[in-house]
Design a protein around this ligand. Structure first.
Ligand code: C2E
Ligand code: MG
Ligand code: MG
Ligand code: MG
Length: 291
């Protein structure tokens, strides 16, 4: 009886596994065609100066609208795209689309684009970036590339080599989700980062955890000593933003300042009050399209 239950449990487990594996395989196949079918889009999330509220830039965040399943989150499909290599075509599409979009704005806001470790390993990334900048006419100093520590862990020397080539173009580099990966401090010493993006988990805890607050403070001190500006991710409340102002954080990003939105809504928000709070003293997010 016990044995019977057990084998039934195993059977159930295995068929579930099959189900998951099948779903994953199906998604992997669909992903290969997502670019050509025009199923990908970018949402943009504002990044602002903590002290003045001025808009510094926008981060491009990838969205996939699957014909049957609807919107699938990047955390659910990017690992699959990395596994089957379609991240190369997808990543190129993201870079080109974001640069083209930013080039049409009549301001000098930066555009931040996320890169996968696979793009560093398999593509001639610096050449691609150069090509796309020329093609779109975006000024290199308006492009910021975000990478996580997983990229560095994958191949430290290659990453360093590619980063130097990219920086030579005039493009800036941000370390994303800082504080959650491996060897954070060594990373800061060895790589030419222009910005530290402090992982949003610290922000989430800051109001009740003295430890989280102490870590934020320490990273800000580190940033000042190394002369690398710090952006706090995941700012969701007025109180969190006030803490960042007191602690002297440079930039902030999060739902409180603006959710990731499709480009037409970002352009519309240019005429509306999209950052309605009293801490922000400077100019409101404003994008308008030239020409
Ligand atoms: P990320 O680069 O750290 O992007 C920030 C993520 O935090 C985004 O999730 C954003 O929607 C979310 N977020 C922003 N503000 C808040 C907030 O106040 N509270 C909370 N709880 N979340 C906030 P999203 O868009 O789902 O992207 C998840 C991750 O997927 C990104 O993390 C990035 O690692 C990856 N990703 C997104 N687009 C691309 C892409 O084009 N290429 C690659 N390789 N990865 C991408
Ligand atoms: Mg990012
Ligand atoms: Mg991040
Ligand atoms: Mg993240």
């Amino acid at each position: 009886r016990a044995k019977n239950d057990m084998s039934r449990a195993v059977c159930f487990y295995e068929s579930n596994m099959d189900e998951t594996a099948r779903a994953r395989r199906a998604l992997a196949i669909d992903l290969r065609q997502a670019v050509e079918r025009g199923e990908l889009s970018l949402h943009y999330q504002v990044q602002t100066s903590v002290s003045t509220g001025a808009v510094c830039g926008y981060e491009a965040l990838l969205r996939w609208t699957h014909p049957e399943r609807g919107m699938i989150a990047p955390t659910d499909f990017i690992p699959i795209a990395e596994e089957n290599g379609s991240i190369l075509a997808i990543g190129e599409w993201v870079l080109r689309t974001a640069c083209r979009q930013a080039a049409s704005w009549d301001n000098d806001h930066k555009i931040a684009v996320n890169l996968s470790p696979v793009q560093f390993a398999h593509a001639d990334l610096a050449k691609l970036v150069h090509h796309i900048l020329v093609e779109t006419g975006l000024s290199p100093n308006r492009l910021e590339l975000e990478l996580t520590e997983s990229t560095i862990v994958a191949d430290k020397f290659r990453t360093l080599h590619v980063l130097r080539q990219i920086k030579a173009l005039g493009v800036t580099i941000a370390i994303d989700d800082f504080g959650t990966g491996y060897s954070s401090l060594d990373t800061l010493r060895s790589f030419p980062f222009d910005k530290i993006k402090l992982d949003r988990s610290f922000m989430a805890d800051v109001e009740r955890s003295p430890q989280a607050k102490a870590i934020i403070r320490a990273v800000l001190t580190l940033g000042r000593s190394l002369e690398i500006p710090v952006l706090a991710e995941g700012v969701e409340t007025h109180v969190q933003l006030a803490i960042l102002q007191v602690e002297g954080c440079n930039e902030a990003q999060g739902y409180f300042l603006g959710r990731p939105q499709p480009i037409d809504q970002i352009l519309l928000a240019g005429v509306a009050d999209s950052v309605p709070h009293d801490l922000i003293l400077g100019e409101r997010p404003r994008i308008s399209v030239s020409g």
